[in-house]
Design a protein around this ligand. Sequence first.
Ligand SMILES: [Zn+2]
Ligand SMILES: [Zn+2]
Length: 130
Amino acid sequence: MCPRKPPKPCSYPNCPELTYGRYCEKHQKQMDRKYSSTNRPFKHLYNTSMWKKLRKQFLQEHPLCVECKAKGVIKAAAVVDHIKAHEGDGKLFWDKSNWQPLCKSCHDRKTVKEDGRWGKKGRVYSYDFK
Ligand SMILES: [Zn+2]
Ligand SMILES: [Zn+2]
C-alpha cells in the first residue's frame, strides 16, 4: 500500500475539481497568471516621463547613497528608493519626502528584505529601474 493523501477540492470558489495541490490544474494556471500580472501592478508609474524626470533631478540633488553614507562610505546613488513602500499608492509614490537615494546594492538588499516580508502575504513589490 502506498499511503497517499486524499485529494482535496480546488480552492477556487465553487470549483468541484479534486486536486493534490491548492488548485486544480486549470485554476492553478489561472492563479499563476493572475499572480504574475498583479506582481507589479504599479510598474507603469516608473515608466512615466514624469517619474524619469523627477528621479533624475532627485539624484542630481542627492547624488550619494544614504545607507552607505550612514556607514561612512561615499558611494554614488543609482536608485530613488521609497522609504515607506508605496505599493502603488500615488501619494506615497510622488511624495519626495518619502524618497531616498540608494546605490544599487543597498537598494537590492532592501528590496529582498521587503519582498521576504510582504511575499508571505502575496504582496510582492520588487521592481527594476531599467
Ligand atoms: Zn479549480
Ligand atoms: Zn549604498
